[in-house]
Design a protein around this ligand. Structure first.
Ligand code: ZN
Length: 291
């Protein structure tokens, strides 16, 4: 059985790293929030689909603690629709370069705010801009998470964290970091010893649909799971345009926003033979299979 791990990083349009210089955290409360509508458009699309066995599609939503604190009903809505709710941290500060004490507080605070809303344990964490390292992973485990989903092997984005991925034992696509803690890497295509970015986000919006679909097919030909990410702001063409940001960042942020939701629907339709499960369910299934 092949698995499609669909993951959504729930952050508002002004909380993106590229826009941080113009939208510091102290100004977030005064911005127009569009996260409820954009998250709902993804929830509605998922709710309208069934896999080839007739099952609903489940996903994992990594929710920013700052948003959860202000919009607990959105968190409950995601969970009530059958999806896993996990943490995207509280303040969307990059993990790398942050003092350990501050990162620890952010990891614990975001977990607690979600758990208080849901009344159940939160297991997963995704770092802002995939900014992890061995040291950061140790702090994530200490904060009580059972998995991290932040390792992205694409080497050309300088914000992404680095990890010696080959030293860990694999269970499915997950790396077993010991003591019941796992890293669930994003999926990229390896060609000629290099990683091509095929895990979602801006690359999903930029690459032609057919090219992206073929890449996912190639990944699934050799692995039992494909791990994809997207943000609600990427399906929201009505967000306020920021013309002050550098031209390359602007292009990367706004390219093909109008097309993204239908494209996502097409991508999911092409892989309905897969099991669409949450990250947690995937880790449980490989843990039980003894692979
Ligand atoms: Zn993020």
């Amino acid at each position: 059985m092949k698995h499609f791990l669909l993951t959504i990083d729930v952050e508002d349009w002004f909380q993106v790293e590229n826009l941080r210089p113009w939208f510091p955290m102290e100004n977030w409360s005064s911005q127009e929030s569009r996260i409820e509508a954009s998250t709902r458009s993804i929830l509605d699309m998922l709710g309208s689909k069934r896999d080839e066995q007739g099952n609903t599609l489940q996903a994992t939503f990594f929710v920013l603690g700052w948003l959860a604190h202000r919009m607990p009903s959105l968190v409950r809505e995601i969970s009530a629709a059958g999806h896993e709710v996990a943490s995207h941290g509280y303040s969307h500060q990059l993990c790398l370069g942050q003092p350990a004490s501050e990162l620890r507080r952010d990891l614990e605070r975001s977990k607690k705010v979600l758990e208080d809303i849901l009344g159940s344990a939160v297991h997963g964490y995704r770092a802002p801009s995939f900014s992890i390292s061995r040291e950061v992973l140790a702090l994530i485990r200490e904060a009580g998470y059972s998995y991290d989903a932040s390792y992205n092997s694409f080497a050309l984005n300088s914000r992404y964290g680095r990890l010696s991925a080959d030293v860990y034992r694999r269970k499915g696509i997950a790396m077993d970091l010991g003591e019941g803690f796992y890293e669930l890497p994003l999926s990229n295509l390896r060609i000629w010893g290099r990683s091509l970015p095929c895990s979602g986000g801006g690359y999903f919006r930029l690459l032609p649909e057919m090219v992206f679909k073929r890449a996912v097919q190639r990944i699934l030909a050799t692995q039992d799971a494909y791990h994809f990410y997207i943000h609600p702001w990427e399906v929201d063409p009505g967000q306020p345009m920021q013309n002050q940001i550098p031209v390359l960042s602007r292009f990367r942020h706004y390219v093909n926003l109008k097309e993204t939701l239908p494209r996502l629907g097409n991508l999911l339709d092409s892989f309905l033979y897969c099991r669409f499960c949450s990250c947690r369910d995937y880790l449980e299934s490989i843990g039980n299979s003894g692979n």
